[in-house]
Design a protein around this ligand. Structure first.
Ligand SMILES: Cc1cc2nc3c(=O)[nH]c(=O)nc-3n(C[C@H](O)[C@H](O)[C@H](O)COP(=O)(O)OP(=O)(O)OC[C@H]3O[C@@H](n4cnc5c(N)ncnc54)[C@H](O)[C@@H]3O)c2cc1C
Length: 416
């Protein structure tokens, strides 16, 4: 029987006497601290099986994101030959029936989102017939989601201790003696740059005119780096801002995973937020909207708001957006849409289409947050009701926001 760890989930407890063990790499595209790869290797050693590593192309709705992935995948493909000669990269619509021929077991990175779970579901159907063992490994979060909490959490404050109390049990490192891939090296360089040049000013990271966040989110999305690696690299650093950064990286990120795991409606207007939020939206659904914009207006920077247009330039041209501006951006779409549901759909579509870090639990949760999820009721006002409101006066008061707008306009101007 397989040695269990809290990161392993037996999906199908089958047994046959075939020799092939596949690691289906679909979320953790890396070597270091890749717990799924490690478990598959250990299994092969113990039971004298042959390891195959099969990388599955990630789901994307934007070819720019796929290009981003593919600029790293060839190098990873080579580095994975350290472990076996049987390495493959496949499209998502590959013939899994063929893949699972003569297969004893499949180890797969645990998925949380519906489009990723569809791969597991296809594999499961075939594995039942072929009596293939399936093990999921939670290799892309710090504390496995069901270990951290057995229910959908209400807010960061309700999950924080549940996660932080368990960190010491999950910081073990595996596979660090092997050659890292190009993507892993770039992720580490990005982290080092953050530690050396930005961490000491992370308390100002909300200011969009200052580039003080880590920029790690695309690396985390594709699992090019593990949150455990980041945590361990920061452990000996003595900086007052460290805890704030780890709060984002671990508590906020894993709250997002908790949300999409326990809430099946994480991607649907109905169900993604809390009852008080639906009630307040219902009370304000007929409020007068002074501006109504379409998706086309947004992606062609045609609103009356220079700050919003600047966000859209950052999104469309660079595939990212400053974290504070993501909140402002999504709140404005609520203000300028005929219905809350339409606003939600447009926001999610833009988020997942344009961001390099889109199509992640963080994205679905960040958008839901703008509709009250994990937030609290605020003072009642038009359109928003009790949902938190944000306006440009806040931006002007708190930040040197015109610098942000100028920087974004230069990006647009520079590429025309
Ligand atoms: C409307 C909206 C949409 C968002 N869409 C996405 C998205 O598609 N993908 C995405 O990864 N994040 C999203 N976020 C969360 C957050 O804005 C980004 O994670 C952050 O801007 C990424 O930049 P960074 O890596 O430089 O962040 P840093 O400040 O350096 O943080 C480090 C890491 O912590 C995690 N993190 C930071 N803030 C949050 C947060 N609020 N919730 C969960 N995890 C967080 C991320 O993994 C991030 O890479 C969204 C937030 C909002 C309000």
């Amino acid at each position: 029987m397989i040695q269990m760890s809290n990161r392993n989930i037996v999906v199908l407890d089958n047994h046959n006497d075939k020799d092939k063990v596949i690691y289906l790499m679909n979320k953790s595209f890396r070597v270091n601290n890749n717990y799924t790869l490690y478990q598959a290797m250990k299994y092969c050693e113990e039971f004298h099986k042959d390891l195959w590593i099969v990388m599955v192309e990630p789901y994307e709705i934007n070819s720019r994101n796929l290009d981003y992935f593919y600029q790293y995948s060839e190098d990873l493909y080579e580095k994975l030959h350290q472990f076996t000669d049987q390495v493959k990269i496949i499209k998502r619509d590959y013939d899994y029936n063929k893949l699972l021929e003569d297969t004893h077991a499949v180890f797969i990175d645990k998925s949380y989102l519906k489009f990723d779970l569809s791969i597991l579901n296809q594999i499961k159907k075939i594995a039942i017939k072929k009596e293939v063992l399936i093990i999921e490994v939670e290799s892309n979060v710090f504390v496995p989601i069901t270990v951290a909490s057995d229910k959908e959490e209400y807010a960061a404050r309700t999950i924080r201790r549940k996660i932080n109390d368990k960190l010491s049990s999950y910081k073990d490192e595996v596979l660090n003696e092997y050659l890292s891939s190009k993507a892993e090296k770039e992720a580490i360089d990005c982290l080092k740059d953050f530690i050396d040049h930005k961490l000491s000013r992370y308390d100002e990271h909300n200011d969009p005119s200052k580039n003080l966040t880590s920029g790690l989110s695309p690396f985390l999305k594709y699992g090019f780096i593990s949150p455990v690696t980041i945590y361990n690299m920061m452990e000996t650093i003595n900086d007052n801002n460290k805890e704030d950064f780890l709060e984002e990286l671990i508590v906020r990120r894993e709250l997002a995973y908790n949300f999409v795991y326990y809430n099946q409606s994480y991607d649907e207007f109905e169900g993604m937020t809390d009852q008080w939020a639906y009630q307040t939206m219902k009370n304000h659904m007929d409020d007068q909207r002074d501006y109504i914009y379409s998706m086309d207006d947004y992606i062609h920077f045609r609103t009356h708001d220079p700050y919003f247009n600047a966000c859209m330039i950052e999104m469309v041209y660079l595939g990212k957006m400053h974290s504070y501006m993501r909140m402002y951006w999504a709140k404005k779409i609520i203000e300028w849409s005929k219905t809350y549901e339409e606003a939600y759909k447009i926001t999610l579509d833009l988020n997942n289409r344009y961001f390099y870090d889109g199509l992640t639990p963080n994205g679905y949760t960040g958008v839901a947050w703008c509709y009250g999820k994990h937030d609290r009721a605020w003072f009642e006002r038009d359109i928003f009701g009790k949902l938190r409101y944000m306006n440009d006066n806040g931006l002007k008061r708190k930040f040197n926001i015109d610098t942000y707008v100028e920087d974004m306009n230069n990006i647009k101007g520079g590429s025309e």
